[in-house]
Design a protein around this ligand. Structure first.
Ligand SMILES: Nc1nc2c(ncn2[C@@H]2O[C@H](COP(=O)(O)OP(=O)(O)OP(=O)(O)O)[C@@H](O)[C@H]2O)c(=O)[nH]1
Ligand SMILES: [Mg+2]
Length: 357
């Protein structure tokens, strides 16, 4: 899967792995010396080289982590808030800051050890300096254990994030759980999110693409199901849907299941629809009555009536994701109604900018 980040995510070793890596590096470092050197001088030379190389090795590992983990402040607000939701921005920054500061402490240990090695008058003193160096480095790594574990977990989560281009025209599909959102996205785009007959099947955002004319592409985003409850009571899965609506949606397709198959009453679905309309007043909203292959004409008419009574004049489509033509026809209509004018406007703006500059 493509990554939304500019640089590849770094490999983060665990505390034990890092200790093993560093000790192995220390032990395998060699320092060729003239065979005429007395043993004591040779040993000192070897230990100085080992300390310098191991220090550099460890510093590079810390730098790789500090420089290559995504820098939250430079991310699009959608990703920044998503990462804050999943990983807690404060904790993330604290862990990275601690790793970024570690090289200073490693240098201090190196300095002290090199001093001890240079003034060492015997083989025992050299071995004592070595022991001190390795002991202090291990203590330092142990002290970073929590941060390393946290960042390892963070990388796992970051690798799962969808690769969304916030600059592309984006349709966000929303609605209560189990109403057919993932089925719709599967039917009309390249994405193949999981579909199942139980609520909260979708636990994270999925992105699919729809190819338009030429190279133009539209993103369509499948979101986890939303319940009709205040933001403060939503769980992390539902909040991802809210973030997609807030930061990415150029058009919202809201699905209403008029049958009782989804497990949520019509009135609850319509009241969520009202909340979404009020929360995102500037984003065009389209309602799709889903599962018309299952619904009776009465159920469909009742749903339409309730929708109109509650949110007034919104475009309403009747779709089946099983017999996919109606879903594709709705998407074509959305493209003609909203997306084509949007692209024409973009081209016009570009022309105005290029002729005025
Ligand atoms: N007959 C029929 N079944 C449908 C239709 N759309 C979806 N389903 C079924 O409804 C169930 C839920 O579909 P999903 O696409 O997983 O629903 P969702 O809204 O993504 O659900 P969550 O991810 O849990 O929020 C599945 O068993 C689908 O096969 C449809 O148009 N007709
Ligand atoms: Mg789903």
């Amino acid at each position: 899967m493509k990554s939304p980040f500019k640089k590849p995510l770094p490999y983060i070793p665990s505390k034990d792995e890092l200790i093993r890596m560093v000790v192995t590096r220390y032990k395998t470092t060699e320092a060729p010396a003239p065979s005429t050197d007395p043993g004591f001088i040779k040993l000192r030379r070897l230990e100085i080289t080992r300390v310098k190389e191991t220090t550099q090795y460890l510093i590079e590992i810390f730098r790789d982590i500090a420089m290559n983990m995504p820098f939250l402040d430079s991310l699009h607000p959608f990703y920044r808030e998503l990462i804050d939701l999943l990983l807690d921005e404060r904790k993330y920054k604290h862990a990275l800051a601690k790793i970024a500061h570690a090289p200073t402490a490693v240098r201090a240990i190196e300095r002290d050890t090199l001093f001890m090695l240079r003034i060492a008058g015997s083989r025992e003193e050299i071995l004592k300096a070595r022991k001190m160096y390795i002991g202090r480095i291990i203590d330092l790594i142990e002290d970073l254990s929590e941060e390393l574990d946290y960042l390892r977990e963070a990388v796992k989560q970051l690798k799962k994030l969808p690769c969304i281009d916030p600059e592309l025209y984006t349709i966000v599909v929303a609605g209560m759980p189990n109403v057919g959102k993932s089925s719709l996205v599967r039917a009309v785009s390249t994405a193949k999110p999981e579909v199942a007959e139980y609520p909260f099947t979708t636990k994270q955002i999925h992105v699919g693409h729809i190819r338009l004319f030429g190279d133009s592409i539209v993103q369509i985003i499948d979101t986890p199901g939303l319940l009709d409850r205040p933001l403060s009571e939503m769980n992390k899965i539902e909040l991802q849907a809210v973030l997609a609506l807030r930061h990415l949606a150029k058009v919202i397709i809201f699905l209403v299941d008029p049958t009782m198959h989804a497990g949520y009453e019509l009135d609850r679905q319509v009241s969520l629809l009202k909340e979404v309309k009020e929360a995102f007043p500037s984003v065009p909203l389209i309602v799709a009555i889903s599962k018309i292959d299952l619904a009776s004409p009465e159920e469909i008419e009742l749903a339409e009536r309730r929708i109109k009574e509650t949110v007034g004049d919104v475009p309403i489509y009747r779709i089946s994701n099983v017999e996919g033509d109606s879903a594709r026809a709705m998407i074509m209509d959305v493209i003609n109604r909203y997306i084509v004018p949007y692209y024409i406007e973009k081209v016009r703006e570009r022309k105005i900018v290029s002729t005025s500059s």
